[in-house]
Design a protein around this ligand. Sequence first.
Ligand SMILES: [Zn+2]
Length: 303
Amino acid sequence: MSLFRPDRFVTLCAARPVACLLGSRLAETLPVLMYHSISDDPETGVGAYYRVATSPGRFAEQMQWIADAGYRAVTLQDGMKALADGNLPTRRLVAVTFDDGFRDFHKAAWPVLSRHKFSATMYLPTGYIQHERKTFLNRQCMTWAEVRELRREGIQFGSHTVNHPKLYTLSWSNIEQELLRSKQQIDNELGETISSFAYPFAFPQEDSGFTEKLSDLLYRCGYASCATTVIGRMGQGDDPLWVHRLPVNQCDDRALFLAKLRGWYDWLGNVQWTARRVRSRIRHTRRLETSDPPNLAQSHKSL
Ligand SMILES: [Zn+2]
């Protein structure tokens, strides 16, 4: 039932044989999976790569594939610690992360994780997590009571801002507010200090001026890790404020899912980087040609 997708074709027909020939860095790298909604949303008209829903049945299969391959799913914090300590080769860990705080994590994902004695990290846009049920992107979100219940079960929580804005379009003072207020609210609700953040929307990796200032700001706000949409696995010595992840959804069948764990999907990170650089150059050239004021660059210099 999987749709044809070029990234799957290249991964299985080119990257896999080359990686098998050269050997891989499997032992020293941490795959960090990126999920959003665990639901039966068909996402009609959305391309396979861009989908954010995984059905409960497919999610259960994917967790079983992890177990069958001898891996264990853990929080990003635990995965990063094992990577830093050099314990990954013996422990075979996969970090599983979820963005957006949807209620379906509590209803559909947690029972599966629990059955396997797995854990995960969930990033909350705190403006949508309340004591009464709220919705975000037409999906129900968890309540604070559910968040606390899952925390007691070992789920790690992090910030995904307050309002889930495109941070790149905000002034630095507004970005700072999004980082600080969301963290304070989670700290208060959970009675502990959290230190994980996930960047909403596509991470502007091509703008080194922005990403460097963002890293400084995250650090000053008390964050120790930032999960991004940059594709790839995390290696020893990689910047914890720039965590690469592997997007996963309903269209990831067993072959593609296991290929991602083994690093055969990492090639797409280079394509992603090049494509974003080229698009950025084209935008910059057009701005110069039309003499538009560089509004974003100026707003980001205001910190
Ligand atoms: Zn999000």
